[in-house]
Write a protein that binds this ligand. Sequence first.
Ligand code: CA
Length: 625
Amino acid sequence: MNKFGRKQSRKNAFIKKITLFLFFMTLTINAQIDKIEPPFWYAGMHNPSLQIMFYGKDIAKYEVSVSNETKIVDIKKTENPNYIFVTIDTKNTPVTDLLFSFKNKNKIVFNRKYSIKQRRENSAQRKSFDASDMLYLIMPDRFANGNPSNDSNKATVEKHNRDLPGGRHGGDIQGIINNLDYISSLGATAIWSTPLCEDNDAAYSYHTYAQSDVYKIDPRYGTNEDYVRLASEMHKKDLKLIMDYVTNHWGIEHWMMKDLPTKDWIHQFENFTQTNHKRSTISDTNASKIDTQICLDGWFVSSMPDLNQANPLVLNYLKQNAIWWIEYADLDGFRVDTYNYSDPKGIAEWTKAVTDEYPNFNIVGEIWMHNQAQMAYWQKDSKIGAIQNYNSNLPSVMDFTLHDALETVFNEDDGTWDKGMTKIYDNFANDFLYPNPDNILVFAENHDTSRFNELYNNDIKKYQMAMALLATVRGIPQLYYGTEIGMRGEKNKGDADIRQDFPGGWIGDESNAFLKEGRTEGQNQYYDFTSKLFNWRKTNEAVHFGKMTHYIPENNVYVYFRYTNSKTVMVVMNNSNDNHTIKTNRFQENIKTHKTGKDILTEASYDLSNEITIAGKSVLILELQ
Ligand code: CA
């Protein structure tokens, strides 16, 4: 090799070194993007505008551009240089991998790939849940442990401890998948699971309402892929998956809390300020401003920072996160936690954004009020809301006044004045307030209340009356896991008491109530009744969307009808301790020319021509013939 050749070779080596150095520099710089959210998106969405959040050390100092024909329509930087919010117009973006370039002085410093994926067929027109469904509510940590190997995880602080009532017991997504046939056998057609995204609190994380990463399933429940598999396995069995979405707050361990994009991402106070829980202040014309403000902006508890949905960046983040989960996991509905603790304007926009993307998508909000006018205020197109120019856009609310009544009525044997069945009658007498009474969730209990079987000391007759009511009145019935085998639990003893492990969900459990032979005789009585009732309900459209006519209770006996043009169901509920005989001619406007009624519970036939006798504390569900 001559002198010139040696020089050339040294030069080549030098260039190689420089190239390698630059390549590793790029890698190093690249590594400073810690998060991109949403992590990917979909082509052909109704709203073409997509705001991508890039998070990384000093990311805001770069100029951003994007490949393809896609246009950047807005770039937002905040007071925190570690965030940049880039809005693109995806209207003409095909299924593709976009390339985002981050430049300094017009030189590309690093690139990032961003996938725009293919949507499922008819994704936008997906059906959702409605009054033809029955929801089974599960707390996944307490239902079934399908995968003991994920009970504890390196990435999350709280470890498995089944001996601790408020600890992590190990239930997971696989546990739900393993028991889909059991859930289906109850006549349930949908599952509402309490939240499954990561909650990295050091204690009490099992309830998972203090989420630390809303794009990631908690590893103690499984992976994002497991959640998608849950939806897919459910769909094979004609079951619908309803996600519990939390718009109001995240957990204090949320990664963003350690480096907030803006100070007003959450509501901050000089000292910890808790919400006063008085949601009536939102519509109360006599309310003081400070009360309303603390209701909306105060934190739910000290471990749950209150999100500021009035900040457009926050609101957009929540909208896109919700839509991402529907599209990614193929969801069939939302239950929204603490719905009316959120900024009223923001939450109405959030709800509209979701239903604009998915016009048939049902969303039931936790509207925990004790007065029908205040609940009706929050249902979409409410005339009561309109008095204050408010429309939440929320399709479905929860019948908490019915729940309140169900907690006591079956112990009110004499039923005089406003007692006993009159309370139930009065509840439905207020249905005129609701824009859509068929789209109201009806329930006897949930994961935040005392269990029904505790309140009524496992009196199965009272259980039968309550379940018969839920199965036949307007709205969407919801059952809380374990109630169908008589499980008890008292709110006053703490949340853990009402969220006990389902027997048989864990290897080595003393009994297995998922199986007939594993249940006690008493448990089978509960199970058999529940299963028979709700499986019948599946097939009778009169109790799904039929009209309702009810009659003033007499002697604590309540009679009502659900009917369509072709089918009529007559319900007779005797909440007194005595047998009663009712004259059928009072109900002529609904009985019409029908001659007999077949009780769907006992198969007994009742002659409707004169009178019907019904035993104390019992119910007849008659299909008129
Ligand atoms: Ca597990």
